[in-house]
Design a protein around this ligand. Structure first.
Ligand SMILES: Cc1ncc(COP(=O)(O)O)c(C=O)c1O
Length: 390
């Protein structure tokens, strides 16, 4: 029988109505096929240091899969924690200068776990309005009082902290914001937290591996990574080219997460192959401390050429370079034209953009050559829709 006939066939009719509305406003999403080897120039992925395919990294994943199996087989609290998990946590904490670390199956679950476990009904949470979706979900699940304040505004954070009704408080921010690539005022936010007895949780997904001494991240660069009231989350899927996430911070915070973070306790542990890949990538980053600088040089080159060409581009603070598009439809068509000409770029539209403005999102990887950056700029310029330049 056809799914549109018989008892219960109308239950999901509303999905078609919503799909129609998304299509009318240029907000439909489509999975694109991907082949293992592509001639396209990739400015869409988050493999900032070009390590996802590095033989040392992919080889470590393959060897670990053969030794430990394809998956973790269960929560680490049930089936055990491998030496790879322990070593990765030790090395991440040492590299970033924190007392301790705990790895999760993704950056998303790390954020869910950290926000929910460090807040709750008795807490207030103050967030920047532009935080990543995973932090927003953590806030929603936390049952805390939430104040989402203006973007990049420490005075607004101070005000929300000083007028809160709960004694405990957690301030939540991205370090580098994923849409425009701008940097949060971490020192000011930390000072506001200190003045008002709040903890600071920073998602350094886009700063780790790119900013700070040898890629130790934005929190380390701000001198905050070893502080007793600061917790950092990272993903292993961007600069480390692997998969997974981690929370870094004081030992007692990590102990609390092991006991209470539901996205750690009730989730299958990080696959041993991903832990091995992240560990190998961290080893490469330590051995090649010049990699983060190459990302920043490429980001500056992209930004310089695109802004000279008249595009509305935000000055990048890390690897992310965003170019504004006149509309969601224009952004999709522009990205498709770039792909036809051999350059893959990201396309951000609502609801992935907090301000409603659609963008092309470019990532400046360390392994892009200057001539590849120049080619990308030429293609982006040649395929731009009307209204994209001033
Ligand atoms: C700022 C930020 N936080 C968290 C995540 C989630 O990390 P993961 O992809 O490892 O789940 C992402 C990315 O996807 C991100 O951009």
């Amino acid at each position: 029988m056809d799914a549109s006939e018989g008892a219960g066939a109308q239950v999901f009719d509303w999905l078609d109505a919503e799909a129609g509305r998304r299509a009318e406003t240029g907000l439909s999403r489509r999975l694109q096929p991907r082949s293992p080897v592509s001639p396209e120039l990739d400015l869409a992925g988050n493999d900032y240091l070009g390590l996802a395919r590095d033989k040392r990294v992919a080889g470590a994943a393959a060897a670990a899969a053969l030794r430990w199996g394809a998956g973790a087989t269960g929560s680490r609290l049930v089936t055990g924690s491998t030496e790879l998990h322990a070593e990765l946590e030790h090395e991440l904490a040492r590299f970033c200068g924190t007392q301790s670390a705990l790895v999760f199956s993704s950056g998303f679950t790390a954020n869910l776990g950290a926000v929910t476990a460090l807040s709750g009904q008795e807490s207030a949470i103050v967030t920047d309005r532009y935080i990543h979706a995973s932090l927003i979900e953590g806030c929603r699940l936390s049952r805390a009082d939430i104040a989402a304040v203006a973007h990049g505004d420490p005075a607004a954070v101070k005000h929300a902290l000083s007028t809160r009704r709960k004694s405990r408080a957690l301030v939540v921010t991205d370090s580098v914001f994923s849409v425009d690539g701008d940097l949060a005022p971490l020192a000011e936010l930390s000072a506001a937290c200190r003045a008002h007895g709040a903890a600071l949780l920073v998602d350094d997904a886009h700063g780790f591996g790119v900013l700070g001494e040898g890629g130790r991240g934005a929190v380390h660069a701000a001198g905050l990574s070893g502080e007793p009231d600061v917790v950092t989350t990272i993903t292993l899927s961007k600069s480390l080219g692997a998969q997974g996430g981690a929370v870094l911070g004081p030992r007692r915070v990590i102990r609390h997460l092991v006991d209470t973070a539901r996205s750690f306790i009730f989730d299958t542990g990080l696959a041993p192959s991903s832990a091995a890949a992240a560990l190998a990538a961290l080893g490469v980053l330590k051995a090649e401390p010049g990699l983060p600088g190459r990302v920043l040089d490429n980001a500056a080159r992209l930004y310089g050429q695109l802004s000279d060409a008249g595009f509305a581009v935000t000055e990048p603070q890390a690897a992310v370079v965003s170019v504004r598009a006149p509309s969601p439809e224009d952004a999709v068509a522009w990205a498709a034209r770039c792909a036809e000409q051999g350059v893959r770029v990201g396309c951000f539209r609502p609801p992935s953009v907090p301000d409603g403005v659609s963008r092309l999102r470019l990532t400046a990887r360390a392994d892009l050559t200057e001539s590849e950056v120049d080619t990308a700029v030429k293609v982006i310029s040649a395929t731009a829709p009307r209204g994209a330049t001033s």
